[in-house]
Design a protein around this ligand. Structure first.
Ligand SMILES: Cc1ncc(COP(=O)(O)O)c(C=O)c1O
Length: 429
């Protein structure tokens, strides 16, 4: 367990290891194609790690840009002083949203010609009313193609129509073309290869129609680890930055370290007499006199009720079994392996303590879900404690790679085609 000063009275907390985050960024840069840059995905409060606090560490260690799901998440980063490009991956609509995009210099995802026209109409309206600074126009946007995921984006076969429409819209400047992979975590690469071919064909068509130079990006963590030829100009990496392999067969492609731990402290320690029920409903009955302890964390903090009687915790480097039902704010553990444990001692629910570790993947297996969802479980009631921050800042900074757009292979004259190779703009905070 890293040495860290926990607020003395904290009953339970999320520990975020910034040294691990920095290490993971550098590992992903190590596997990255030399001409590609890293976009760190910070949606859902950086997968539960705290977006505003982890973003500086990620950029310090080499992330060039950030991706979020919503405008609010982007604004939170700007308010925290993050100057790098921020792409909003989710759907945006409405005049207030468009105003916020322009004001905070956030890059929206545009997912169809109709969507582009709506955004442009809102921009025009705001501009006419003097509500936009001239510098915020044209609004930079990334175009999203659906190459097989059937989620957000225009069907790849309509890329040409999309490009022609965007050429006519002066108020929006498409500076990126991207798509999302549906099965990059599968050892069978056939779906991925099909999506790659569609993406390359559609992107080439769009670029030949004047959408260039544009950043091309397709890879999530799994694709980044799986195949360098998928890296293009940018990779959008989420789960791997938080130290979790997106698939078992990709384990070891980079040396990833989990950055999140969930810890608490033993509160009351007691003897439970033989035959006594433990917690609601007496779902567990003590088969003998038992030494037990209450741990002040429960499902309101994000420890799922469905883990009742299957959860394990670590105290003094020993695994303990949780007894009976997990309740809203508390749970009970069997102190059998450490009968002399005392109130106040640290309890690890997720993370490492000595030779023992309980991983996000362990919980995902127990819960029959995916590690992504496990990371999103923990609620605002738990304070975050950052470890490894000072050590990290004292370490060498890794310069972020410059993001550069690709020239089309065969440029046709068009509104954007004559532009020289362009660096991604770095918005002011
Ligand atoms: C569009 C998009 N790109 C990239 C990512 C990052 O994925 P991962 O966490 O698997 O790296 C996500 C996450 O869901 C996403 O929705």
């Amino acid at each position: 367990m890293p040495q860290v000063r926990i607020p003395r009275d904290a009953r339970a907390w999320i520990e975020v290891d910034h040294a691990a985050l920095a290490h993971n960024v550098r590992e992903m840069l190590r596997v990255l194609s030399p001409r590609s840059a890293l976009m760190a995905i910070l949606k859902a409060d950086a997968y539960g790690h705290g977006a505003a606090s982890v973003a500086p560490t990620l950029s310090w260690s080499g992330a060039s840009a950030f991706g979020v799901a919503t405008i609010e998440e982007g604004i939170e980063l700007r308010r925290a002083g993050i100057p790098q490009p921020i792409l909003v991956l989710g759907y945006v609509q409405g005049r207030d949203s468009v105003h916020a995009l322009a004001h905070w210099k956030l890059i929206p995802t545009v997912c169809s010609p109709g969507h582009a026209r709506e955004l442009a109409d809102d921009l025009e309206n705001l501009a006419e009313r003097g509500l936009l600074s001239p510098a915020s126009l044209p609004l930079e946007a990334h175009v999203k193609l659906d190459t097989g995921m059937s989620r957000l984006g225009l069907h790849w076969s309509e890329a040409g129509r999309f490009a022609r429409c965007l050429r006519e819209i002066e108020l929006i400047r498409a500076s990126g073309i991207y798509s999302h992979l549906a099965a990059a975590d599968s050892p069978d690469a056939s779906s991925l290869n099909e999506q790659r071919q569609r993406f390359e064909k559609a992107a080439a068509e769009m670029q030949s129609l004047g959408l260039s130079p544009c950043l091309l990006h397709l890879a999530n963590s799994a694709a980044t680890l799986a195949d360098r030829s998928l890296h293009y100009d940018l990779v959008r990496v989420g789960i791997a930055l938080y130290g979790i392999y997106p698939a078992r067969h990709l384990t070891g492609r980079a040396d990833l370290r989990p950055a999140l731990a969930i810890r608490s402290r033993l509160s009351q320690v007691k003897d439970v007499p033989q035959g006594a029920g433990v917690s609601y409903g007496g779902a567990f009955v003590a088969p003998r006199r038992m030494r037990a302890a209450v741990v002040p964390i429960g499902y309101a903090d994000g420890v799922p009720w469905t883990l009742s009687q299957r959860l394990e915790v670590i105290v003094r480097g020993r695994r303990l079994q949780q007894l009976g039902r997990i309740t809203m704010d508390q749970l009970v553990v069997d102190l059998g392996p450490v009968p002399d444990a005392r109130p106040g001692e640290t309890v690890t629910l997720l993370g490492r303590d000595g030779a023992e570790a309980i991983t996000v993947e362990d919980w995902a297996r127990l819960l029959r879900t995916i590690p992504w969802e496990v990371l999103c479980l923990f609620k605002s009631r738990l304070p975050r404690v950052e470890v490894g921050v000072l050590e990290e800042k004292a370490g060498a900074r890794t310069p972020a790679r410059t993001i550069e757009g690709r020239e089309p292979k065969a440029a046709h004259p068009g509104r954007h085609a004559a532009r020289s190779r362009r660096r991604a703009s770095v918005p002011a905070s």
